[in-house]
Design a protein around this ligand. Structure first.
Ligand SMILES: NC(=O)c1ccc[n+]([C@@H]2O[C@H](COP(=O)([O-])OP(=O)(O)OC[C@H]3O[C@@H](n4cnc5c(N)ncnc54)[C@H](O)[C@@H]3O)[C@@H](O)[C@H]2O)c1
Length: 283
């Protein structure tokens, strides 16, 4: 592939990891975000644009070899906000890639596309077995992201790799994270594999480190060339000392989406909380 990789949402948490790690793996990076990136690196191109603006996205994608799409709302929000940023943004990203001739798009999907999928009685859960069981409007936007990716792969012959990311955070802080953590180093390795794999076509893979307690199958990600180097188990003693021994029947630990499947993440509650924060009266 020639040309830079366009990274949308590049100012965010994962974007910052990729802006550091992808150049070390030989990729030139063109960073796009709705906010300016405060610490661009030598050789890094920068575009300030809204990912839902198709014309701006076509311009930003010109000459790019591939796109890594991270931009959007990273947690539950109201339906208008989620559908605009996450579904509208994914559409504009894929359509811009098609129009500009970028043949590969890596999409930051989420475990919340399959949040209500239960832990299997034994063995590891594959992406296919989990299916689409979104736990929130956010999860619906990620299931839709995968559906849009499938459409662009089938209709236009593009390579589209969807990463169902678990918990991409600096280090695990809850018992659930001991299963779902995707370390910063492994995040870069997974995106690199998704960019490098020969002709992946359309693929959906879990994004998780090789954690001792993981119950998501890594076979599909490994088929892309992903090799995890980290295991959340090194944090287990400290996390369990802080939070207590895990209760095996706690739904937070037996459903893919964890706490997103609980009442606290009901969209009405999220909306009410936001209304309170902005000083609006509840109807
Ligand atoms: N961090 C995780 O654990 C995790 C897990 C699963 C999936 N993901 C997904 O990975 C992606 C990145 O997550 P993150 O944790 O880095 O989130 P983040 O909030 O740190 O970064 C998101 C970035 O997107 C930008 N953005 C938002 N709306 C935009 C728009 N309309 N146009 C351009 N830029 C816009 C923001 O300014 C921000 O810099 C998200 O799509 C998220 O849903 C993250």
């Amino acid at each position: 592939m020639s040309g830079p990789v366009l990274v949308t949402g590049a100012a965010g948490l994962i974007g910052t990891w990729l802006r550091g790690g992808l150049p070390e793996r030989g990729w030139a990076v063109r960073s796009l975000d709705v906010v300016p990136i405060p610490d661009t690196r030598p050789g890094e191109e920068q575009v300030v644009a809204d990912v839902t603006d198709l014309a701006a996205m076509v311009e930003a994608t010109r000459g790019a070899a591939a796109v890594v799409h991270l931009a959007g709302l990273p947690t539950e929000d109201t339906w208008p906000a989620i559908s605009h940023a996450n579904i509208g943004g994914t559409y504009a990203t894929l359509e811009a890639a098609r129009r500009s001739g970028a043949e590969r798009v890596v999409l930051a999907s989420s475990n919340h596309a399959a949040g209500y999928a239960p832990r299997p009685a034994e063995g590891l859960l594959t992406e296919d077995d989990a299916g689409h069981r979104p736990d929130t409007y956010y999860g619906v936007s990620k299931a839709t992201m995968e559906a849009l990716g499938s459409l662009y792969a089938d209709r236009y012959g593009m390579d589209v790799v969807c990463l169902r990311i678990g918990s991409a955070i600096p280090q695990p802080t809850t018992v659930r994270h001991l299963a779902t953590w995707l370390s910063p180093t492994d995040t870069v390795a997974l995106v690199d594999a998704a960019l490098r794999a020969p002709s992946p076509g359309f693929a959906v893979v879990w994004g998780v480190s090789d954690n001792t307690r993981r119950w998501w199958d890594l076979t599909a990600a490994q088929a892309l060339g992903y090799r995890s180097r980290d295991d959340a188990e090194v944090y287990a003693a400290a996390v369990i000392a802080a939070h207590g021994e895990p209760d095996p029947d706690d739904p937070v630990l037996t459903r893919v989406g964890g706490e997103f499947t609980t009442e606290a993440f009901d969209a009405d509650r999220v909306e009410a909380r936001q209304a309170q924060q902005s000083g609006r009266e509840e109807p």
